[in-house]
Design a binder for this molecule. Structure first.
Ligand SMILES: Cc1cc2nc3c(=O)[nH]c(=O)nc-3n(C[C@H](O)[C@H](O)[C@H](O)COP(=O)(O)O)c2cc1C
Length: 188
C-alpha cells in the first residue's frame, strides 16, 4: 500500500558540505546539504537568499566545497547554526587557498573542491549557484591507489525529515557490473 506524503522531497541522504567563500574580505563557511552534480566537472548549491555567504560568492565569483568527515560533525553542525553576520566561523579551522585566491578551504576536510561561479539561477527564496570545479585537493590518507576512497573519507550524510546525520555503510556491489547478471533477461 502506498501512502501519499504530499509534495515531499525525499532525495536524501545527501552529503553534508562546508561551502567556503570570502565575504566582506574575510573567509566564511556555511553548511550546505542541497548540493548537486550538474555534469562531471560542475556542482550546484541551493542556498537561501537570507544567508550571509551568498553575497561573497556573487562578489568574488568563487567558492569552495569541502567534504567534512563524520568526526567533524560538531564543527559542521555549528556552521549551519551560526551566521557569519555575527560570528567568525573561520576560526574553527585551518584555512588554505588555491589557484583562485578567494575560495577559502578547510584543511581538516579530507576533500576540497575549488570552484569558479558560472551561473546563478534565481529561485524565489534561493540562489542556486552553479560552479565549475577548477582544482580538487585530497588528503593523501583518504586515497587508495591514487583514487578517492569514500570508506576512508567517511562523509557526513544528512536527512531532512528527522534532521539527522548518518555515516556511510559498506560497499556491496560494483556499478556498471552487477546489472550484467540480468543480461539476457526475458523482455516483453
Ligand atoms: C545539516 C545542515 C544542512 C544545511 N543545508 C543547507 C542548504 O542546503 N541550503 C541552505 O540554504 N541552508 C542550509 N543550511 C543552513 C545554513 O547552513 C545556516 O543557515 C547558516 O548558519 C548560514 O550561514 P551564513 O549566514 O554564515 O551564510 C543547513 C544547515 C545544516 C545544519
Amino acid at each position: 500500500m502506498k501512502i501519499e506524503l504530499g509534495a515531499q522531497n525525499c532525495l536524501y541522504p545527501m552529503p553534508t558540505t562546508l561551502v567556503g567563500a570570502t565575504v566582506e574580505g574575510k573567509p566564511n563557511f556555511i553548511t550546505i546539504a542541497h548540493v548537486g552534480i550538474m555534469d562531471l566537472g560542475s556542482v550546484s548549491l541551493g542556498m537561501a537568499k537570507a544567508h550571509y555567504t551568498n553575497a561573497g560568492i556573487k562578489e568574488n565569483g568563487t567558492f569552495s566545497v569541502n567534504l567534512p568527515s563524520a568526526d567533524m560533525v560538531k564543527e559542521t553542525d555549528y556552521c549551519g547554526l551560526a551566521s557569519g553576520k555575527r560570528v567568525d566561523k573561520a576560526q574553527l579551522f585551518h584555512i588554505f587557498y588555491g589557484n583562485l585566491k578567494t575560495a577559502p578551504m578547510v584543511a581538516e576536510c579530507p576533500i576540497n573542491m575549488e570552484c569558479k561561479l558560472i551561473k546563478v539561477v534565481d529561485f524565489p527564496k534561493h540562489d542556486v549557484f552553479i560552479g565549475e570545479i577548477v582544482t580538487t585537493y585530497a588528503e593523501d590518507a583518504v586515497l587508495t591507489d591514487g583514487a578517492v576512497d569514500y570508506g576512508k573519507v567517511r562523509p557526513l550524510l544528512f536527512t531532512m525529515v528527522d534532521q539527522s546525520y548518518w555515516m556511510l555503510g559498506k560497499r556491496f556491489a560494483k556499478a556498471w557490473s552487477i546489472g550484467k547478471d540480468l543480461n539476457g533477461h526475458k523482455s516483453t
